[in-house]
Ligand binder design. Structure first.
Ligand code: SF4
Length: 457
């Protein structure tokens, strides 16, 4: 099993990797299928199912799908151009995209939210259809957005195609137990094993430059969030809070009477800055999802800005270790809120961040595995119930608390020698089972929990 650090962490757009980026990626794949097809196409139609329908408006899934069908991708997304193209499609009911004839698409009639039909493969299902000049559907594909921006067709899902098809890597661990065994046998750290795997596929320069770019996007996102205020879009009137808290923290700096727990506010404010940017549709790094995109940058920024002796030279080790843990969670359970609740999103992000922090603070592989387990264990059972389907409440604060738990988990693990009762593998399997048993109401449908109990929402 190999999942690259650049699959786990992708530069993308808010507010959601599964509900915004995934549908856009699916639409791009469908365009490629159309280009490779012998049919002459004249129109398009899209329908969203399950969680994509229930929380699609709040997550801008319709907008992302239409932009994907118009040739946009998350990586080269340009907000101003996107707005202009959406306006043009709404006026002309036509989509013009490279390599295909003009395609009829009326957003009001051809973008369907189907609340009644859940597709069998995954909670986040969508159907894309292409029509001929008579209006008959001549090409159709079912896509599932399985979390973190990963997309699979019906056939790929049935074949279990999120497994790896490339050349073997030096350290192909599929479980935490295997990871620890390989670390012991090789004498290498988790980051060093993951680095060897990455280099065997993409080369050293790619890894170095890609890691630097990932951190730059994460850090820029924090800085934008810390300096931007206003009201977030979506109709909930949620006020951005990161800037105000950050300004207050800066003003308090150096004052002797500051309470020690103020450090928690620093961790929170970094995460909230990212998630406010995500909620506003800004550029973020999916880590491992957009809803949970704040935990890891906050933990890393906390390390760099607040831990004595921290060094930017350790960023790559942090990312590699976090990606190793994220790969185990994705392979053996889920990183999708629609599949397993928020334990799979913020819980996974916290486990990955705890592992990364433990690694750069000198933790052994056993301590790192322990740190990830502590962080994930104490998110078990956490539901996903975003108010009005927006990735704002509880998501923004939840990332702050996720970062605090990640730092505490790393710290606790570093106080021990790595021996502990609950193996990370058992915790991941518990998360999978808990997610499978969880009521659909609490899996990104906004049909239960906070989504129905907040007054006037
Ligand atoms: S509650 Fe958690 S899983 Fe659900 S949208 Fe928010 S961050 Fe994602």
């Amino acid at each position: 099993m190999f999942l690259s650090v650049f699959d786990m962490f992708k530069v993308g757009i808010g507010p959601s990797s599964s509900h915004t980026m995934g549908p856009m990626v699916a639409a791009a794949r469908f365009l490629d299928m159309m280009r490779a097809s012998p049919f002459h196409f004249a129109g398009l139609r899209a329908s969203l199912h399950g969680s994509l329908a229930f929380t699609g408006v709040g997550h801008a899934t319709d907008r992302a799908t239409i932009l994907g069908l118009a040739g946009f991708t998350p990586r080269d997304y340009d907000h101003e151009r996107a707005e202009a193209v959406l306006k043009q499609i709404a006026e002309t009911h036509m989509i013009e995209v490279e390599g295909l004839p003009p395609l009829r698409f009326d957003p009001k009639a051809d973008m369907v939210f189907d609340y009644d039909t859940k597709l069998a493969g995954h909670a986040n299902g969508m159907l894309l259809m292409a029509r001929d000049a008579q209006g008959d559907v001549v090409l159709r594909e079912t896509f599932y957005s399985v979390g973190g921006g990963f997309v699979m067709t019906e056939a790929e899902l049935a074949a279990g195609k999120d497994t790896d098809e490339g050349a073997p890597v030096p350290y192909p661990f599929k479980s935490a137990a295997e990871m620890l065994e390989m670390a012991k046998a090789s004498g290498k750290s988790i980051a060093a094993m993951k680095r060897a795997n990455e280099i065997s596929r993409g080369g050293e320069v790619n890894l170095r430059e890609g890691s630097r770019k990932l951190w730059q996007v994460m850090n820029d996102c924090i800085d934008r969030g810390l300096t931007t205020d206003g009201i977030l879009p979506g109709g909930l009137s949620v006020k951005r809070r990161a800037k105000g808290i950050y300004d207050a923290l800066l003003a308090e700096r150096g004052q002797n009477q500051r309470a020690p727990h103020t450090i928690n506010d620093w961790m929170s404010v970094y995460a909230m800055a990212v998630n406010e940017e995500n909620a506003a549709g800004g550029q973020v790094v999916t880590a491992p999802t957009n809803g949970a995109a704040g935990v890891m940058p906050a933990t890393l920024r906390y390390y760099l800005d607040h831990v004595p002796g921290a060094s930017e030279s350790h960023i790559e080790d942090f990312l590699l270790t976090a990606a190793a843990i994220g790969g185990l969670v994705k392979f053996n359970a889920s990183i999708s809120g629609a599949e397993a609740g928020c334990q799979a999103e913020v819980g996974s992000a916290a486990a990955m961040s705890a592992a990364g922090l433990c690694a750069v603070m000198g933790g052994t592989p056993e301590q790192i595995e322990n740190a990830a387990e502590i962080a994930l264990e104490h998110h078990l059972g956490m539901t996903c119930d975003p108010v009005r389907g927006l990735v704002q409440v509880p998501c923004i604060e939840r990332n702050g608390l996720g970062a605090i738990k990640a730092v505490s988990a790393a710290s606790l693990a570093l106080r021990g020698d790595g021996t502990h009762l609950v193996p990370l593998d058992a915790c991941i399997e518990t998360m999978r089972q808990t997610g499978a048993d969880m009521s659909e109401k609490y899996k990104e449908t906004s049909l239960g929990g906070l989504a129905v109990n907040v007054p006037n929402c």
